[in-house]
Design a protein around this ligand. Structure first.
Ligand code: TXA
Ligand code: MG
Length: 514
């Protein structure tokens, strides 16, 4: 029990303290004018998501002022411009804290000193123990630690250059988007531990005892069982009501766990693992004989991934065993991206459903097979194929063959809502039907639809992917006759979105008033 005098105020809010240069905007030296500001493309969306749970602050060391390289008026103008641009994108910054001093001046406010975070805590009634700081310099992480918060180190800006100096154990991510994903995951995990203490430990115990647990990952919620226990894995198929056994993805939390599962790691597989794990990438590799045939459907290979959700990693760590997990939905239905979606489909069938908040990526992992000389793309997913080809060169694309699917996501019909879903161009004469629209951007006209779900008003494919299944679930709950949709641009995550939409589309015609 924590003594009450050390408890934060009951209304104390968690906050995210964001470094400016190299974190939100490009680090281009001492910025003198708003025209020098270049935002990272991910900044707006990442901050929009963060502000759902956190109050946002910018904390920036501008030693260029103390060195006489820029004036404080110039620094203020740049800060104001950054705040205004964010405001226009729907992001509210509570305050910008700027240290104008040269490090040699020995001021009280320069990061990593916790001065500004402590001041904000007093002025805005914040709970620093539930707060985070993000930055591209070891000072930014130290700043968090010094104030009792948690730091996240980004590899943008000076991040790469100073990587070796990042404090031991600091969470290192590629940039602001991954920082937001990680922070939100940690936040929901702590919330769960606060509201239902011991839940993660109980879930780990259930898994060790051969039970089944639904848990969050950054892509979709998974329905997991001990991957090395065939009886435990059999329950997954029962709960999902899969008509046949499909091979499952095995989840791990350290690279060492791979040795329990696979017997060979080609250099190209190692390269992508080092680059994208933890993250939404699954590798199919030659399997170790210890992996039960039920997990791999008798194939000589096994699919493995290290998820990027903090709660999934913690569960894996506490369970101490690799976890086989397909998406936690009934066979053929829309994948769950919240704990509520899982409950709506599976009820109390899993031993437990762990709530880790909404999934950040929202579409399943990209699957690549390394069982042949040239890597093969088996499923488009949460990591854009362009990013992988950038590392590996061209991938072979698996052609769709329903008679012999290597991935159930490759069945031509999958992910379907109960309501018939069609592409706009396939739509029949519609006048009497109750129709919902699943639209990429804001549609030109809303009035012919009973309901409209917009995947991303700004046309951001990553945002669209994160919203895809939740939007389908919402439309599906409205008892419409028909959902119409449209394809999104086929680049980046658009490939995975179009793939899921095509497979969710029902071939049969809708009838009025089902
Ligand atoms: O994001 C994801 O990957 C989510 C979360 C929970 O991690 N999991 C997921 O699992 O989507 P599931 O079961 O819905 O899809 C697993 C896919 C299947 O399409 C399966 O056929 C393929 O992985 N797969 C598994 N083992 C394979 C193997 N040895 N060879 C080829 N494909 C394999
Ligand atoms: Mg910086």
């Amino acid at each position: 029990m924590i003594p009450s005098h050390t408890m934060p105020y009951p209304d104390a809010a968690p906050a995210a303290f964001l470094d400016r240069d190299g974190t939100l905007i490009e680090d281009r030296g001492h910025l003198r004018s708003p025209s020098d500001v270049v935002f990272y493309p991910d900044t707006f969306n990442a901050l929009r998501r963060l502000q759902n749970e956190f109050r946002l602050f910018i904390v920036t060391n501008q030693s260029g002022i103390g060195k006489g390289l820029i004036t404080s008026t110039e620094a203020d103008q740049v800060n104001q411009y950054v705040v205004d641009q964010l405001h226009q994108a729907g992001v509210r910054i509570e305050q910008v804290y700027c240290c104008p001093h040269h490090r040699d001046e020995g001021c009280a406010c320069i990061k990593p000193k916790p001065f500004f975070m402590e001041q904000a805590a007093r002025d805005f009634t914040l709970d620093l123990s539930a707060s985070f700081a993000v930055g591209d310099h070891p000072h930014d992480v130290q700043f968090a630690t010094n104030a009792g918060a948690e730091g996240v180190y980004v590899l943008t800006g000076h991040g790469h250059q100073h990587r070796a100096e990042a404090p031991e154990g600091a969470k290192i991510v590629s940039g602001i988007r991954e920082a937001a994903d990680w922070i939100l995951g940690r936040h929901f995990m702590r919330k769960l531990e606060r509201e239902k203490p011991g839940q993660i430990a109980n879930a780990a115990q259930i898994l060790r005892n051969g039970g089944v647990v639904a848990f969050p990952t950054e892509t979709v919620y998974g329905l997991g069982a001990n991957a090395l226990d065939a009886e435990a894995v059999a329950q997954i198929f029962e709960i999902k009501q899969r008509p046949h056994f499909d091979p499952l993805i095995v989840h791990i939390h350290t690279p060492e766990q791979l040795n329990e599962l696979v017997c060979e790691i080609p250099a190209s597989a190692q390269l992508v693992m080092d680059h994208f794990w933890p993250g939404p990438l699954t590798l199919v590799l030659p399997k170790n004989p210890d992996v039960p045939d039920l997990v791999t459907s008798g194939l000589p290979s096994v699919a493995v991934r290290m998820p990027a959700h903090p709660l999934a990693l913690e569960l894996l760590r506490q369970a101490g065993t690799p976890i086989a997990a397909p998406s936690a939905n009934r066979f053929g239905c829309t994948s769950p991206t919240t704990a509520q979606h899982v409950f709506n489909q599976l009820g109390t069938a899993p031993g437990m459903i762990l709530d880790g908040g909404p999934c950040a990526v929202g579409v399943e992992s990209t699957i690549i097979s390394f069982t042949e000389a040239q890597p093969v793309l088996l499923r488009a997913g949460g990591i854009a194929i362009e990013e992988i080809e950038h590392l590996l060169g061209p991938l072979r694309r698996n052609t769709l063959d329903d008679s012999q699917p290597t991935a159930p996501g490759q069945l031509s019909q999958h992910y379907s809502p109960r309501t018939p879903l069609l592409f706009k161009e396939q739509a029949p004469e519609l006048s009497t039907l109750k129709i919902g629209l699943l639209s990429f951007r804001e549609p030109g006209c809303r009035k012919s639809y009973c309901a409209v779900e917009v995947l991303s008003a700004s046309g951001n494919l990553r945002e669209a992917a994160a919203n895809l299944f939740a939007s389908m679930h919402r439309l599906d709950a409205l008892h419409l006759d028909l959902i119409l949709t449209e394809r999104v641009p086929g680049t980046g995550l658009g490939l995975a979105i179009n793939d899921r939409l095509s497979r969710a589309a029902h071939p049969q015609h809708p009838t009025s008033h089902r």
